[in-house]
Design a protein around this ligand. Structure first.
Ligand SMILES: *[C@@H]1O[C@H](CO)[C@@H](O)[C@H](O)[C@H]1NC(C)=O
Length: 307
């Protein structure tokens, strides 16, 4: 009896300390880690956020490994990185093909070496109603946005575990936090990888591999050409994000080992509406007020686009 009371007392003490720690790191952010010479692999590096992430990681001295289905876009990113003067290797990979992932990973191990930071960024978005999507579009979005994360993580994690060193970065979305009309498939694919990363970080903690970190990045609408018809009532309040800004905040957060990055950070407030103690209708009223979502399209739906 005394034992359990002591334990409960200790638990509250540690909870208090955890709050203090969080408060302190909010005021004085943890120092950025030095990743000079570390190998960063980015999927979907040929366009948009992926390209900007590659540039940001290059600026802090990382060696880049760029994967994309689009060889031309990927080479353009590589050319920009070479001007910064860091090493870069490119691989043409269709991440919907598990075998291509495994083959490319083996090549990376041979030609570059251990991957220190894995950034699962490749993603597609359709932006139309569930019933207007084809079966193939749904299968493809899950293959790119979700399944590919399983295959890359299962490929690169064992080596990270061996070395007790590594970082898994998941480029999710605010759609991993809040479902929106016309993003049913996309929302499902992003909730899935946010859940994957959260559960995986617990598994890593279970294994006591303290040298392996995870980061989930949740940006609001980004101007990459993928989100064709974003809606919102106060665009001045939360303008469409530029991929450069998302990449800068994401890399800064990764270097500080942040577990989750909400971009822009003022949207953290809106996440309190997801608390089960808040009636569902309250969240809907606020969403309606801000008119956030994807505009309905009568005619041509978004083209399937790889980034
Ligand atoms: C970062 O690490 C590299 C090599 O590991 C070292 O040469 C460099 O001085 C370090 N930079 C800083 C700012 O500590």
């Amino acid at each position: 009896m005394i034992g359990i009371l002591l334990e409960i007392g200790l638990l509250f003490l540690r909870i208090g300390l955890a709050y203090c720690e969080a408060l302190i790191s909010a005021i004085v952010p943890p120092r950025r880690k030095n990743i000079t010479g570390e190998v960063v692999l980015i999927t979907g590096a040929g366009h948009g956020i992926g390209r900007c992430l590659a540039l940001e990681f290059a600026k802090v001295g990382a060696k880049l490994v760029l994967w994309d289905i689009n060889q031309e876009g990927n080479e353009e990113t590589a050319a920009e990185i070479r001007t910064i003067g860091v090493s870069v290797n490119t691989y043409t990979v269709d991440v919907t093909q598990k075998d291509e992932i495994y083959n490319a990973a083996a090549k990376v191990q041979r030609e570059v070496g251990n991957v220190d930071i894995l950034v699962n960024n490749a993603g597609i978005l359709h932006g139309i109603e569930l019933l207007r999507l084809s079966d193939e579009q749904i299968e493809r979005i899950i293959a790119v946005n979700t399944m590919a994360h399983f295959w890359t993580i299962r490929t690169f994690l064992p080596n990270m575990i061996q070395r007790n060193h590594g970082h898994i970065v998941t480029i999710a979305s605010m759609a991993a936090k809040q479902g929106v009309a016309r993003l049913v498939d996309y929302t499902a694919s992003k909730y899935a990888v946010a859940g994957l990363t959260e559960a995986l970080s617990d598994e890593i903690r279970d294994m006591k591999k303290t040298g392996i970190k995870t980061t989930t990045v949740c940006p609001f609408f980004v101007d990459t050409g993928m989100t064709k018809y974003p809606n919102q009532r106060f665009p001045k309040l939360n303008p469409l994000l530029e991929p450069e800004q998302v990449a800068m905040e994401a890399v800064d957060g990764v270097l500080r080992n942040k577990v989750e990055i909400i971009i822009p950070s003022n949207l953290k407030l809106s996440l309190s509406l997801k608390n089960p103690l808040v009636p569902r209708k309250v969240g809907q009223l606020v969403m309606d007020f801000f008119d956030v979502g994807i505009a309905a399209q009568d005619s041509e739906p978004n083209k399937d686009k790889d980034i």
